[in-house]
Design a protein around this ligand. Structure first.
Ligand code: NDP
Length: 379
Protein backbone atom coordinates (compact mmCIF):
# COMPACT_ATOMS: atom_id res chain seq x y z
CA UNK A 1 0.00 0.00 0.00
CA UNK A 2 1.46 3.40 -0.89
CA UNK A 3 1.74 6.27 1.56
CA UNK A 4 -1.23 8.14 0.15
CA UNK A 5 -3.65 5.19 0.31
CA UNK A 6 -2.43 4.24 3.79
CA UNK A 7 -3.23 7.80 4.80
CA UNK A 8 -6.64 7.66 3.12
CA UNK A 9 -7.69 4.33 4.66
CA UNK A 10 -6.49 5.44 8.07
CA UNK A 11 -8.56 8.55 7.63
CA UNK A 12 -11.76 6.51 7.23
CA UNK A 13 -11.14 4.67 10.46
CA UNK A 14 -10.17 7.71 12.55
CA UNK A 15 -12.78 9.74 14.41
CA UNK A 16 -13.73 13.24 13.28
CA UNK A 17 -10.92 15.49 14.50
CA UNK A 18 -11.69 17.96 17.26
CA UNK A 19 -8.93 20.47 16.53
CA UNK A 20 -6.76 21.71 13.69
CA UNK A 21 -3.36 23.36 13.81
CA UNK A 22 -2.76 25.51 10.74
CA UNK A 23 0.84 26.33 9.97
CA UNK A 24 3.75 26.51 7.56
CA UNK A 25 7.36 25.44 7.32
CA UNK A 26 10.14 27.94 8.00
CA UNK A 27 12.61 26.72 5.37
CA UNK A 28 12.62 25.01 1.96
CA UNK A 29 14.29 21.84 3.27
CA UNK A 30 11.23 21.12 5.42
CA UNK A 31 8.77 21.98 2.63
CA UNK A 32 10.54 19.48 0.38
CA UNK A 33 10.40 16.74 3.03
CA UNK A 34 6.72 17.35 3.82
CA UNK A 35 5.70 17.25 0.16
CA UNK A 36 7.71 14.14 -0.58
CA UNK A 37 6.23 12.36 2.44
CA UNK A 38 2.80 12.91 0.91
CA UNK A 39 3.76 11.43 -2.46
CA UNK A 40 2.95 7.81 -3.25
CA UNK A 41 5.87 5.40 -2.78
CA UNK A 42 6.10 4.52 -6.48
CA UNK A 43 6.69 8.18 -7.42
CA UNK A 44 10.24 9.46 -7.27
CA UNK A 45 10.86 12.17 -4.68
CA UNK A 46 10.77 15.73 -5.99
CA UNK A 47 13.98 17.73 -5.92
CA UNK A 48 14.24 21.12 -4.23
CA UNK A 49 13.92 23.07 -7.51
CA UNK A 50 10.86 21.08 -8.57
CA UNK A 51 9.18 21.73 -5.22
CA UNK A 52 9.85 25.47 -5.55
CA UNK A 53 8.16 25.34 -8.98
CA UNK A 54 5.02 23.50 -7.88
CA UNK A 55 4.40 24.70 -4.34
CA UNK A 56 2.24 27.68 -5.25
CA UNK A 57 -0.19 25.30 -7.04
CA UNK A 58 -0.64 23.06 -4.02
CA UNK A 59 -3.69 24.03 -2.00
CA UNK A 60 -3.50 24.08 1.79
CA UNK A 61 -4.36 20.60 3.03
CA UNK A 62 -4.14 18.18 5.91
CA UNK A 63 -0.70 16.62 5.96
CA UNK A 64 -0.70 14.93 9.36
CA UNK A 65 -3.34 13.44 11.66
CA UNK A 66 -2.52 14.04 15.31
CA UNK A 67 -3.49 12.13 18.45
CA UNK A 68 -2.62 13.87 21.71
CA UNK A 69 -3.05 12.80 25.33
CA UNK A 70 -3.68 14.98 28.36
CA UNK A 71 -1.82 14.43 31.62
CA UNK A 72 -2.29 12.96 34.18
CA UNK A 73 -5.66 11.52 33.02
CA UNK A 74 -4.34 10.41 29.59
CA UNK A 75 -7.50 11.43 27.77
CA UNK A 76 -6.99 11.22 24.00
CA UNK A 77 -8.25 13.67 21.44
CA UNK A 78 -7.67 13.76 17.67
CA UNK A 79 -6.76 16.59 15.38
CA UNK A 80 -5.10 17.50 12.11
CA UNK A 81 -2.15 19.58 11.05
CA UNK A 82 -2.99 21.62 7.94
CA UNK A 83 -0.06 23.08 6.03
CA UNK A 84 -0.65 26.31 4.13
CA UNK A 85 2.49 25.75 2.02
CA UNK A 86 3.45 29.40 2.41
CA UNK A 87 6.76 29.73 0.59
CA UNK A 88 9.48 30.58 3.15
CA UNK A 89 10.17 33.82 1.22
CA UNK A 90 6.71 34.97 2.26
CA UNK A 91 7.87 35.05 5.89
CA UNK A 92 9.12 38.57 5.85
CA UNK A 93 8.01 42.12 6.02
CA UNK A 94 6.75 43.11 2.61
CA UNK A 95 5.22 40.25 0.67
CA UNK A 96 3.07 38.28 3.03
CA UNK A 97 -0.25 40.08 2.54
CA UNK A 98 -0.46 38.44 -0.88
CA UNK A 99 -1.13 35.15 0.91
CA UNK A 100 -4.47 35.96 2.59
CA UNK A 101 -6.22 33.63 0.10
CA UNK A 102 -4.04 30.71 1.22
CA UNK A 103 -4.98 31.23 4.85
CA UNK A 104 -8.66 31.41 3.89
CA UNK A 105 -8.32 28.10 2.02
CA UNK A 106 -6.60 26.53 5.02
CA UNK A 107 -9.43 27.69 7.30
CA UNK A 108 -11.98 26.19 4.89
CA UNK A 109 -9.99 22.93 4.90
CA UNK A 110 -10.26 22.91 8.72
CA UNK A 111 -14.03 23.29 8.48
CA UNK A 112 -14.26 20.49 5.91
CA UNK A 113 -12.42 18.26 8.40
CA UNK A 114 -15.21 19.05 10.86
CA UNK A 115 -12.98 20.45 13.63
CA UNK A 116 -14.50 22.50 16.43
CA UNK A 117 -11.44 24.73 16.94
CA UNK A 118 -8.41 25.68 14.85
CA UNK A 119 -5.24 27.54 15.81
CA UNK A 120 -3.50 29.81 13.31
CA UNK A 121 0.22 29.30 13.86
CA UNK A 122 3.18 31.57 13.08
CA UNK A 123 2.67 33.76 10.01
CA UNK A 124 -0.82 32.46 9.28
CA UNK A 125 -2.27 34.90 11.82
CA UNK A 126 0.28 37.61 10.94
CA UNK A 127 -0.94 37.55 7.33
CA UNK A 128 -4.44 38.34 8.63
CA UNK A 129 -3.07 40.92 11.10
CA UNK A 130 -5.22 39.16 13.67
CA UNK A 131 -8.45 39.99 11.79
CA UNK A 132 -10.07 36.57 11.84
CA UNK A 133 -13.22 38.13 10.36
CA UNK A 134 -11.69 37.88 6.88
CA UNK A 135 -11.35 34.11 7.05
CA UNK A 136 -14.50 33.65 4.94
CA UNK A 137 -15.66 30.47 6.66
CA UNK A 138 -19.12 29.00 7.33
CA UNK A 139 -18.82 29.41 11.08
CA UNK A 140 -18.73 25.70 11.94
CA UNK A 141 -15.22 25.99 13.44
CA UNK A 142 -13.83 28.70 15.73
CA UNK A 143 -10.36 30.12 15.20
CA UNK A 144 -7.75 31.38 17.64
CA UNK A 145 -4.33 32.87 16.94
CA UNK A 146 -2.83 30.93 19.84
CA UNK A 147 -0.86 33.99 20.87
CA UNK A 148 -2.08 34.08 24.50
CA UNK A 149 -0.54 30.71 25.35
CA UNK A 150 2.58 31.60 23.33
CA UNK A 151 2.92 34.69 25.54
CA UNK A 152 2.42 32.62 28.69
CA UNK A 153 5.23 30.24 27.66
CA UNK A 154 7.52 33.19 26.83
CA UNK A 155 6.93 34.80 30.22
CA UNK A 156 7.31 31.51 32.15
CA UNK A 157 10.45 30.74 30.12
CA UNK A 158 11.97 34.13 30.99
CA UNK A 159 11.21 33.55 34.67
CA UNK A 160 12.80 30.08 34.53
CA UNK A 161 15.89 31.22 32.59
CA UNK A 162 16.47 34.19 34.92
CA UNK A 163 16.13 31.92 37.95
CA UNK A 164 18.62 29.42 36.54
CA UNK A 165 21.11 32.07 35.44
CA UNK A 166 20.82 34.15 38.60
CA UNK A 167 19.38 37.25 36.88
CA UNK A 168 17.09 39.31 39.10
CA UNK A 169 14.16 40.16 36.82
CA UNK A 170 12.98 42.96 39.11
CA UNK A 171 16.31 44.76 38.61
CA UNK A 172 16.59 44.03 34.88
CA UNK A 173 16.15 46.15 31.78
CA UNK A 174 13.91 44.09 29.48
CA UNK A 175 14.22 44.65 25.74
CA UNK A 176 11.29 43.50 23.58
CA UNK A 177 11.97 43.38 19.83
CA UNK A 178 8.68 43.34 17.94
CA UNK A 179 7.14 45.16 20.91
CA UNK A 180 4.16 46.57 18.98
CA UNK A 181 3.12 43.15 17.63
CA UNK A 182 0.48 40.88 19.08
CA UNK A 183 2.87 38.69 21.08
CA UNK A 184 5.41 41.45 21.79
CA UNK A 185 2.78 43.85 23.17
CA UNK A 186 1.28 41.05 25.30
CA UNK A 187 4.75 40.42 26.79
CA UNK A 188 5.17 44.15 27.42
CA UNK A 189 1.83 44.35 29.23
CA UNK A 190 2.60 41.27 31.30
CA UNK A 191 6.13 42.17 32.33
CA UNK A 192 6.43 45.98 32.32
CA UNK A 193 5.68 46.42 36.01
CA UNK A 194 7.81 43.46 37.06
CA UNK A 195 11.13 44.79 35.67
CA UNK A 196 13.26 47.83 36.47
CA UNK A 197 12.74 49.30 33.01
CA UNK A 198 11.60 48.27 29.57
CA UNK A 199 13.05 48.99 26.10
CA UNK A 200 10.69 48.82 23.12
CA UNK A 201 11.75 48.13 19.54
CA UNK A 202 9.84 47.88 16.23
CA UNK A 203 10.25 49.51 12.81
CA UNK A 204 7.15 51.71 12.59
CA UNK A 205 8.04 54.88 14.60
CA UNK A 206 4.46 56.08 14.97
CA UNK A 207 3.19 52.84 16.52
CA UNK A 208 6.30 52.67 18.69
CA UNK A 209 5.85 56.21 20.03
CA UNK A 210 2.20 55.49 20.79
CA UNK A 211 3.18 52.34 22.69
CA UNK A 212 5.90 54.22 24.63
CA UNK A 213 3.39 56.84 25.76
CA UNK A 214 0.96 54.13 26.89
CA UNK A 215 3.63 52.25 28.83
CA UNK A 216 4.85 55.42 30.57
CA UNK A 217 1.28 56.38 31.38
CA UNK A 218 0.86 52.98 33.02
CA UNK A 219 3.72 53.92 35.36
CA UNK A 220 6.59 51.89 33.86
CA UNK A 221 10.06 53.27 33.05
CA UNK A 222 10.57 52.89 29.31
CA UNK A 223 12.64 53.85 26.28
CA UNK A 224 11.95 53.11 22.61
CA UNK A 225 13.98 53.01 19.43
CA UNK A 226 13.58 51.64 15.93
CA UNK A 227 17.31 50.78 15.95
CA UNK A 228 17.85 47.68 18.06
CA UNK A 229 21.63 48.19 18.19
CA UNK A 230 21.06 51.29 20.36
CA UNK A 231 19.06 49.28 22.91
CA UNK A 232 21.11 46.08 23.10
CA UNK A 233 24.11 47.37 25.14
CA UNK A 234 22.00 48.05 28.27
CA UNK A 235 19.64 45.05 28.05
CA UNK A 236 19.73 42.34 30.73
CA UNK A 237 16.86 40.28 29.30
CA UNK A 238 15.72 40.19 25.66
CA UNK A 239 12.52 38.87 24.07
CA UNK A 240 12.65 38.52 20.30
CA UNK A 241 9.10 38.43 18.91
CA UNK A 242 9.47 40.12 15.53
CA UNK A 243 7.85 38.99 12.29
CA UNK A 244 11.31 39.13 10.79
CA UNK A 245 13.20 36.93 8.35
CA UNK A 246 15.37 34.14 9.71
CA UNK A 247 18.41 35.56 11.53
CA UNK A 248 17.48 39.16 10.72
CA UNK A 249 18.21 40.55 14.21
CA UNK A 250 21.88 40.85 15.14
CA UNK A 251 22.61 40.58 18.86
CA UNK A 252 26.07 42.19 18.57
CA UNK A 253 26.66 44.53 21.50
CA UNK A 254 24.55 42.59 24.00
CA UNK A 255 26.21 42.32 27.45
CA UNK A 256 27.68 38.89 28.31
CA UNK A 257 25.27 38.32 31.20
CA UNK A 258 22.06 38.92 29.20
CA UNK A 259 19.36 36.25 28.83
CA UNK A 260 17.68 35.91 25.41
CA UNK A 261 14.33 34.35 24.51
CA UNK A 262 13.96 33.95 20.75
CA UNK A 263 10.24 33.35 20.13
CA UNK A 264 10.29 34.04 16.40
CA UNK A 265 9.20 31.50 13.80
CA UNK A 266 11.43 31.56 11.86
CA UNK A 267 14.04 32.38 14.49
CA UNK A 268 14.85 36.09 14.70
CA UNK A 269 18.40 36.07 16.06
CA UNK A 270 21.66 35.80 14.22
CA UNK A 271 24.13 34.56 16.81
CA UNK A 272 27.76 35.34 16.05
CA UNK A 273 29.09 34.62 19.53
CA UNK A 274 28.79 30.95 20.62
CA UNK A 275 28.99 31.97 24.29
CA UNK A 276 25.51 33.45 23.90
CA UNK A 277 24.09 29.98 23.28
CA UNK A 278 24.37 29.23 27.00
CA UNK A 279 21.95 32.08 27.67
CA UNK A 280 19.63 31.88 24.66
CA UNK A 281 16.52 29.71 24.49
CA UNK A 282 13.73 29.22 21.96
CA UNK A 283 10.66 30.67 23.63
CA UNK A 284 6.91 30.37 23.34
CA UNK A 285 7.20 26.59 23.49
CA UNK A 286 5.20 24.15 25.61
CA UNK A 287 5.55 20.49 26.46
CA UNK A 288 2.66 18.00 26.21
CA UNK A 289 3.46 15.59 29.01
CA UNK A 290 0.91 13.01 27.84
CA UNK A 291 2.67 12.85 24.45
CA UNK A 292 1.36 12.94 20.89
CA UNK A 293 1.58 10.87 17.72
CA UNK A 294 1.63 11.98 14.10
CA UNK A 295 0.28 9.91 11.18
CA UNK A 296 2.24 9.81 8.94
CA UNK A 297 5.13 10.24 11.36
CA UNK A 298 6.53 13.56 10.17
CA UNK A 299 7.41 14.59 13.71
CA UNK A 300 11.12 14.94 12.97
CA UNK A 301 10.33 17.22 10.00
CA UNK A 302 7.58 19.42 11.35
CA UNK A 303 8.60 19.31 15.01
CA UNK A 304 12.37 18.85 14.90
CA UNK A 305 12.80 19.71 18.56
CA UNK A 306 15.22 18.03 20.99
CA UNK A 307 12.39 16.23 22.84
CA UNK A 308 9.16 14.57 21.67
CA UNK A 309 6.25 16.42 23.23
CA UNK A 310 7.55 19.95 22.62
CA UNK A 311 5.15 22.10 20.60
CA UNK A 312 4.49 25.72 19.68
CA UNK A 313 2.37 27.71 22.10
CA UNK A 314 0.06 28.79 19.28
CA UNK A 315 -0.72 25.18 18.33
CA UNK A 316 -1.06 24.01 21.93
CA UNK A 317 -3.56 26.80 22.70
CA UNK A 318 -6.14 25.28 20.35
CA UNK A 319 -5.50 21.82 21.82
CA UNK A 320 -5.71 23.05 25.43
CA UNK A 321 -9.05 24.71 24.67
CA UNK A 322 -10.27 21.50 22.99
CA UNK A 323 -9.36 19.43 26.08
CA UNK A 324 -11.18 21.99 28.21
CA UNK A 325 -14.27 21.87 25.97
CA UNK A 326 -13.96 25.64 25.42
CA UNK A 327 -14.57 26.02 21.72
CA UNK A 328 -14.04 29.78 21.54
CA UNK A 329 -11.91 32.31 19.68
CA UNK A 330 -9.75 32.84 22.75
CA UNK A 331 -7.08 35.01 21.04
CA UNK A 332 -8.07 37.36 18.24
CA UNK A 333 -7.16 40.83 16.98
CA UNK A 334 -3.76 42.45 17.34
CA UNK A 335 -2.52 43.98 20.56
CA UNK A 336 -5.50 42.94 22.68
CA UNK A 337 -4.08 40.12 24.82
CA UNK A 338 -4.37 40.96 28.51
CA UNK A 339 -2.30 39.55 31.42
CA UNK A 340 -5.54 37.99 32.74
CA UNK A 341 -6.04 36.08 29.47
CA UNK A 342 -2.42 34.91 29.60
CA UNK A 343 -2.89 33.62 33.15
CA UNK A 344 -6.21 31.94 32.27
CA UNK A 345 -4.86 30.02 29.27
CA UNK A 346 -1.71 29.05 31.21
CA UNK A 347 -3.87 27.45 33.92
CA UNK A 348 -5.98 25.64 31.29
CA UNK A 349 -2.87 24.29 29.55
CA UNK A 350 -1.27 23.20 32.83
CA UNK A 351 -4.48 21.43 33.85
CA UNK A 352 -4.06 19.16 30.83
CA UNK A 353 -0.34 18.55 31.30
CA UNK A 354 0.92 21.15 28.84
CA UNK A 355 3.40 23.19 30.85
CA UNK A 356 6.57 24.99 29.82
CA UNK A 357 8.99 23.15 27.51
CA UNK A 358 12.44 22.47 28.94
CA UNK A 359 14.72 25.31 27.87
CA UNK A 360 16.59 24.60 24.62
CA UNK A 361 18.03 26.20 21.52
CA UNK A 362 19.24 24.92 18.14
CA UNK A 363 22.20 23.25 19.86
CA UNK A 364 19.84 21.14 21.98
CA UNK A 365 18.48 21.17 25.53
CA UNK A 366 20.14 23.52 27.98
CA UNK A 367 22.71 21.56 29.90
CA UNK A 368 21.76 20.46 33.42
CA UNK A 369 24.76 22.39 34.69
CA UNK A 370 23.23 25.73 33.63
CA UNK A 371 21.94 27.20 36.82
CA UNK A 372 22.99 24.20 38.92
CA UNK A 373 24.88 26.53 41.28
CA UNK A 374 21.82 28.69 41.79
CA UNK A 375 19.68 25.60 42.45
CA UNK A 376 22.03 24.04 45.02
CA UNK A 377 21.03 25.07 48.52
CA UNK A 378 23.92 26.67 50.44
CA UNK A 379 25.65 24.13 52.77
P1 NDP B 1 2.90 40.65 14.62
O1 NDP B 1 2.87 40.84 13.15
O2 NDP B 1 1.68 40.93 15.42
O3 NDP B 1 4.09 41.55 15.23
C1 NDP B 1 5.36 41.55 14.71
C2 NDP B 1 6.19 42.64 15.37
O4 NDP B 1 7.52 42.60 14.84
C3 NDP B 1 5.68 44.05 15.14
O5 NDP B 1 5.95 44.83 16.30
C4 NDP B 1 6.56 44.54 13.99
O6 NDP B 1 6.51 45.93 14.00
C5 NDP B 1 7.89 43.91 14.43
N1 NDP B 1 8.95 43.74 13.44
C6 NDP B 1 8.90 43.11 12.25
N2 NDP B 1 10.12 43.08 11.68
C7 NDP B 1 10.98 43.69 12.55
C8 NDP B 1 12.37 43.98 12.55
N3 NDP B 1 13.14 43.62 11.52
N4 NDP B 1 12.90 44.61 13.63
C9 NDP B 1 12.13 44.97 14.67
N5 NDP B 1 10.81 44.74 14.72
C10 NDP B 1 10.23 44.11 13.68
O7 NDP B 1 3.44 39.16 14.87
P2 NDP B 1 3.14 38.16 16.09
O8 NDP B 1 3.26 38.90 17.35
O9 NDP B 1 1.89 37.39 15.83
O10 NDP B 1 4.36 37.11 15.91
C11 NDP B 1 5.70 37.50 16.20
C12 NDP B 1 6.66 36.33 15.94
O11 NDP B 1 6.32 35.23 16.78
C13 NDP B 1 6.64 35.77 14.51
O12 NDP B 1 7.95 35.36 14.15
C14 NDP B 1 5.76 34.54 14.64
O13 NDP B 1 5.97 33.58 13.61
C15 NDP B 1 6.22 34.05 15.99
N6 NDP B 1 5.28 33.13 16.63
C16 NDP B 1 5.83 32.20 17.49
C17 NDP B 1 5.02 31.32 18.16
C18 NDP B 1 5.60 30.30 19.09
O14 NDP B 1 4.86 29.39 19.47
N7 NDP B 1 6.85 30.41 19.50
C19 NDP B 1 3.56 31.32 17.98
C20 NDP B 1 3.08 32.35 17.09
C21 NDP B 1 3.93 33.22 16.46
P3 NDP B 1 7.00 46.84 12.75
O15 NDP B 1 6.30 46.32 11.55
O16 NDP B 1 6.72 48.23 13.15
O17 NDP B 1 8.47 46.57 12.71
Amino acid sequence: MDKRSAFASNRRSTPVPLFASIGHQDNWGKVVRVLNALRADHLRPLGADEVRDVVEWIPPRTVVRVRIRSWPDRREIDGVYIDTFLPPEALGPSSFRAYVGRIQEAAQAAEREGVRIAALGGFTSIVLEGDLGILDTKGTSVFTTGNSLTTAYIVKGIEEACRRLGVDLTQAELLVVGSTGDIGSACVRDLMRRVRSIALCARNPRRLQCQLEGVEKAGARAVADTDVSKLLPRADVVILAASARQGEISLAGLPDHAVVCDAGYPKNASVSDDRLLERLFHGGMGFARGGFDFEPDLLDVIYDFPLRGIGHGCMLEGIALAFEGRFEAFSTGRGEITPDAVETIWRIAERHGMGLAPLYNHEGLWSESIGAQEQTPPS
